[in-house]
Design a protein around this ligand. Structure first.
Ligand code: NAD
Length: 478
């Protein structure tokens, strides 16, 4: 049984108050006890982070960048270990963790290390004076994570903050406390000064305390919309800056001139990758009526060929959901969809794979004959449930795709270049994919509009989230 503690100021800390059971989603077994950090521990961690931040901010961008790049290389070397932890944390399949989800963390860290070396302000001239702008760090920043991509969330939040010269306190989700600790160990071994990156274990209470803490200048949340609203309210007293990466209910519009093979395969990935526990997933699949039957039948065949079970097995395509409670919630959405008139094309039930009977598994699910009013179409389910909707023309597709308070991702498949641009331009989302989906490289900004949040992760836009801009003026004559 693992004892899962907080790590700050360069070492593991005792003194956590109550504890939270960490279960392996694939078996349901308790594999550790998470010691929840107290508010006194938060105070101590903030004070240590403040001390560590001052000399770090004074170092040259070359120094900071080189250290972060070394850390990224060390994390890549530990990719397999980190991926096993990601599986223990989340229950997702190892093949996904090791090939994409976990490496996406060091990729952004490396990008930030390199990008900070070329990041610069602006220079201005007037008669008798000049001016320049420069980015300055905020001090101690914090990240509060969701449970679906713990390695990625830890690094996408901390790496631009560290590159900019801040210290960072990370609160991983209480459901996925493992990998963040390993990340700090590896980065400190690779040369990151102690006290700059700190992990505090806790649930919503610690999250609230972070938002209220006067010593923390900024908080970045990855989580649900309701949590996002609470974060803003709780951060008001200390006027903290806030970045919110929230939920989604993305549309994927398949036009009748698209490549059917690619479109059907992409719709599957955009729904069943990581058991559907992906914020940007395209869970509303709008299909042009002339191709609807064909696409649906291909997707049904592919879905029924997917194997569900042991996340570590090579021949398994879908692992477990994060918890029993979450599994029940997802299954109840399927029931509600059918009760509201949707047709269950495939899936919709819990499964108990041999040897993993107590794990939190369900079959990937497709619902057709969906309408825009159904709960399965309006609300984020965050599980392997695809809702299929039919449309007749472009204008209708765009209007229905936008009829949501979410705005994280959106996609479309067509071979018509003009239509691709026209439709992409009208979709209300922070990320729009044409003839592909969920492509998220480190040099492109990722984030939402509407109630999917604000602020961007990855790319040089992420630096703005962790810095202020200072305008300096110099008189050159009297
Ligand atoms: P959640 O909102 O329940 O929890 C997220 C984090 O917030 C956890 O660490 C939790 O402890 C903390 N928290 C909860 N209440 C809090 C409070 N009052 N004050 C401070 N912290 C609090 O979300 P979840 O169930 O962990 O994750 C799923 C959600 O995350 C989904 O809605 C998903 O779409 C979203 N998500 C978004 C992105 C993105 O980049 N936009 C990425 C992944 C997940």
């Amino acid at each position: 049984m693992m004892e899962i503690k907080s790590y700050y100021g360069g070492q593991y800390r005792d003194g956590g108050a109550s504890s939270f059971e960490k279960r392996y989603p694939a078996t349901g077994e308790v594999i550790g006890q998470v010691e929840l950090a107290t508010s006194a521990m938060l105070d101590e961690a903030v004070a240590m982070a403040q001390e560590a931040q001052k000399p770090w901010a004074k170092r040259s961008v070359q120094d900071r960048g080189q250290i972060l790049i070394k850390c990224a290389h060390a994390l890549r070397e530990a990719n397999e270990d980190l991926s096993r932890l990601e599986v223990q944390d989340v229950g997702k399949v190892y093949a996904e963790a090791v090939s994409a989800d976990v490496p996406s963390g060091p990729d952004v860290l490396e990008y930030m290390g390199a990008a900070i070396m070329t990041y610069h302000g602006t220079q201005h001239e007037w008669p008798g004076a000049i001016g320049f702008t420069r980015r300055i760090p905020l001090g101690v920043c914090a990240g509060i994570g969701a449970w679906n991509y713990p390695v990625q969330i830890a690094l996408w939040k901390s790496s631009p903050a560290l590159a900019m010269g801040n210290a960072f306190i990370l609160k991983p989700s209480e459901m996925t406390p493992l990998s963040a600790l390993k990340i700090v160990e590896i980065m400190e071994d690779a040369g990151l000064p102690k006290g700059l990156l700190n992990v505090l274990q806790g649930d919503s209470h610690l999250g609230s305390a972070i938002c209220n803490h006067p010593g923390i200048a900024k908080v970045s949340l990855t989580g649900g919309v309701e949590t996002g609203k609470k974060i803003i309210a709780q951060s008001a007293e200390s006027l903290k800056r806030v970045t919110l990466e929230l939920g989604g209910k993305a549309p994927l519009i398949l036009f009748d001139d698209c490549d059917l093979d690619k479109a059907a395969a992409t719709a599957m990935d955009a729904n069943f990758y990581t058991a559907g526990e992906v914020c940007s997933n395209a869970t509303r699949v709008f299909i042009h009526r002339p191709i609807a039957e064909e696409i649906l039948s291909r997707m049904k065949t592919m879905t029924e060929a997917m194997t569900v079970g042991d996340p570590m097995a090579d021949d398994v395509q879908m692992g477990a959901l994060i918890s029993e409670t979450h599994l029940e919630k997802v299954l109840s959405y399927v029931g509600q969809g059918v009760a509201e008139g949707a047709t269950l094309v495939t899936g919709g039930d819990r499964v108990h794979p041999q040897g993993f009977e107590q794990g939190y598994y369900m079959r990937p699910t497709i619902l057709s004959d969906c309408t825009d009013e159904m709960a399965v179409v309006r609300e984020e389910i965050f599980g392997p449930v695809m809702s299929v909707l039919i449309f007749d023309d472009e204008e209708e597709a765009v209007a229905r795709a936008n009829a949501t308070h979410f705005g994280l991702g959106a996609g479309l498949f067509t071979r018509d270049l003009a239509r691709a641009h026209r439709v992409a331009d009208q979709l209300e989302a922070g990320n729009v994919w044409i003839n592909t989906y969920n492509l998220i490289p480190p040099d492109m900004p990722f984030g939402g509009v509407k109630q999917s949040g604000f602020g961007r992760e990855s790319s040089h836009y992420a630096f703005e989230a962790y810095s202020d801009v200072r305008a300096t003026y110099i008189a050159l004559d009297d």
